[in-house]
Design a protein around this ligand. Structure first.
Ligand SMILES: Nc1ncnc2c1ncn2[C@@H]1O[C@H](COP(=O)(O)OP(=O)(O)OP(=O)(O)O)[C@@H](O)[C@H]1O
Length: 255
């Protein structure tokens, strides 16, 4: 049987479209406006202490791509992931994601400190669309993967940082969302847990999931990612094959 020419040439619509993204933050949240500012024009008041953490960032992502987000500290990597996860809204532009996103962005991201590990697993999995029955069926393997059997009924806030990451990764990686976002939080886990996470990420990629990985580890970036986004000063300075992006980053910032 031959494929029809129509299906061959049909354009694949992107899974994620980011168009002119801009995010503005205020540097000194607590600082008071000066007396002079009170009489200054609106534009001046708005500009005072504000800066663009991201500006003019546009790209599209096809399903199944594995993208490494690269840049020095404070250049907008986490901010970009938060926009894709829709936990932060842009001041300019927009981002469209066709499908749900499983984010592992901040250690406690999405988890409620006062709730137990058990309740947090149910809450997060439920918020990501798993039914009660599906959660029950996956619960033991989530806890096993995390090695969290002894802390099931412990409030999340009492877990060690490493255990928080274990539980969070374990839940996030067992959701059915098509997009997985992993920020540097994995660095907190110990060596053997990290190795386990990496094997799980490989499985998810083999299943066709889309990955965004923020990392300062060149080996991890080259291992998992095919494409790189290099952010500098909140601007997307290079979008290309991960080898090119890592090479350019190394040229710009020699050790
Ligand atoms: N809620 C906020 N309010 C004010 N400034 C913020 C806020 N969140 C982030 N920033 C600032 O925005 C800039 C970009 O931050 P972001 O966390 O995206 O950087 P990053 O590239 O992920 O850095 P790192 O590698 O250190 O994690 C930084 O200057 C940061 O201090």
């Amino acid at each position: 049987m031959t494929n029809s020419p129509v299906s061959k040439s049909a354009p694949v619509s992107p899974l994620i479209t980011a168009d002119g993204l801009g995010v503005r933050f205020r540097r000194n949240r607590g600082s008071r406006r000066s007396f002079k500012d009170l009489f200054a024009g609106k534009s001046r008041r708005n500009r005072r202490g504000e800066f663009w953490a991201l500006r003019d960032v546009s790209f599209t992502v096809a399903a199944g791509e594995a993208i490494g987000v690269v840049g020095r500290n404070g250049q907008g990597k986490s901010t970009l992931l938060k926009l894709v996860a829709r936990v932060l809204f842009p001041d300019e532009g927009n981002v469209t994601v066709h499908g749900g996103v499983a984010p592992l962005i901040e250690i406690t991201g999405g988890f409620v400190g006062d709730l137990t590990v058990r309740d947090n697993v149910h809450l997060t999995a439920g918020l990501h669309g798993l039914s009660k029955r599906e959660i029950t069926a996956r619960f033991d393997s989530i806890i096993d993967f995390a090695g969290a059997g002894d802390v099931i009924d412990t409030p999340f806030k009492h877990l060690s940082s490493g255990m928080k990451v274990r539980v969070a990764f374990s839940v996030i990686s067992q959701l059915d969302e098509p997009v997985l976002l992993v920020d540097e939080v994995l660095a907190v886990g110990d060596k053997s847990f990290r190795a386990k996470c990496y094997r799980r990420i490989e499985e998810l990629l083999a299943e066709g999931k889309t990955l965004f990985l923020v990392s300062h580890n060149e080996r991890d970036l080259r291992r998992f990612c095919t494409r790189g986004l290099y952010l500098n000063g909140g601007r997307l300075v290079l979008d290309g094959p991960i080898e090119d992006v890592v090479d350019r980053y190394n040229e710009d910032h020699p050790v």
